[in-house]
Design a protein around this ligand. Structure first.
Ligand SMILES: NC(=O)c1ccc[n+]([C@@H]2O[C@H](COP(=O)([O-])OP(=O)(O)OC[C@H]3O[C@@H](n4cnc5c(N)ncnc54)[C@H](O)[C@@H]3O)[C@@H](O)[C@H]2O)c1
Length: 284
């Protein structure tokens, strides 16, 4: 099945990135937001994303114009009915996602593929909210979507191979490098990166070294672009905390237990770059 029409439900950081990339690639896209204000915010984000891509020379003005004409934004969920694939990208809230997946399932044709961009919620929980669990997979894009190559395609034990293949093809067509992984909490990326980030906090708590020194060891000694504290600030300390808590709940392995210091920063509202303060202070 050739995928031509994409719908994205939830047009925040991730949803707008997906819409931008899909529109640039030549797909017809409809984005659904909860409120008119959400639609306005999404429009501004996509416009800023296209401008930034244009400024980097990765798009011609003509291509940017064409991309602008390929997407529409609305608050009307009925607009998704003609989509070949619907990607859900609302808040990381299991009750909300279950409700939205149920509504999407009721609106679209039986051949439509459903995907969720969830970072930590088991896909089987979302699949079970629909009448087509075989046709629900994860499409885990990374932030910022236009720049990051990886997409984890998450399959469940009942996923149709045809659906998994279609999502791999779609991600490839969007210029990404898809990797198929199974539906375990954290998938591969967060399964490995979260305990590493938490270990860095624990090392700091134990007085092994200060944060800058730990970051320097990782950037200078291992050629990572960022050390664990700067990376946590980029992801958002609340997000790191919630991912860890959700994996700890599932695995009951102390490696995933959020360290006290991380909890304290979150409670203080020092969430990282997005609030201007996290483990570090950001002047810009
Ligand atoms: N931010 C990241 O780094 C990142 C990376 C990978 C995956 N994810 C996942 O992607 C998903 C979205 O994350 P985000 O960072 O874009 O969040 P976000 O808060 O930026 O965006 C979520 C959007 O969903 C909208 N929304 C909420 N309820 C809705 C409804 N009923 N109908 C339509 N829209 C609704 C909100 O208005 C908001 O704009 C989450 O599942 C998250 O775990 C996030």
């Amino acid at each position: 099945m050739q995928i031509e029409r994409l719908a994205v439900v939830g047009c925040g950081t991730m949803g707008t990135g997906i819409i931008q990339v899909a529109a640039q690639t030549g797909l017809e896209v409809v984005g659904v937001e909860a409120t008119a204000e959400g639609v306005r915010r999404a429009q501004d984000r996509i416009e800023a994303g296209l401008e930034a891509t244009l400024a980097r020379g990765k798009l011609t003005p003509e291509q940017a114009r064409a991309a602008r004409e390929r997407f529409t934004l609305t608050t009307d969920l009925d607009a998704i009915t003609a989509a070949d694939v619907v990607v859900e990208a609302v808040f990381e809230d299991v009750e909300l996602k279950v409700e939205i997946l149920g509504k999407i399932d009721a609106l679209v044709g039986e051949n439509t593929f459903l995907a969720s961009n969830t970072s930590t919620i088991p896909l089987v929980v979302l699949a079970a909210a629909t009448r087509r669990p075989e046709r629900v997979v994860g499409l885990h894009f990374f932030n910022p979507v236009p720049a990051m190559k990886l997409v984890e395609v998450i399959r469940t034990p009942v996923s149709e191979p045809e659906h998994v293949r279609a999502m791999v093809d779609l991600a490839t067509r969007l210029g990404k490098s898809p990797v198929v992984v199974n539906d375990v909490p954290g998938f591969v990326g967060n399964l490995l990166i979260v305990p590493y980030l938490l270990d860095a906090v624990r090392a700091y708590e134990r007085g092994v070294a200060d944060m800058e020194a730990i970051d320097d060891v990782i950037t200078l000694g291992f050629n990572h672009r960022m050390g664990p504290f700067r990376l946590s600030d980029l992801i958002g300390l609340d997000i790191v905390h919630d991912m860890a808590a959700s994996m700890y709940e599932e695995y009951k392995d102390p490696r995933y237990q959020p360290p006290v210091l991380l909890k304290q920063y979150v409670r203080l509202g020092r969430l990282g770059r997005k609030t201007g303060r996290g483990f570090y202070v950001y002047e810009d």
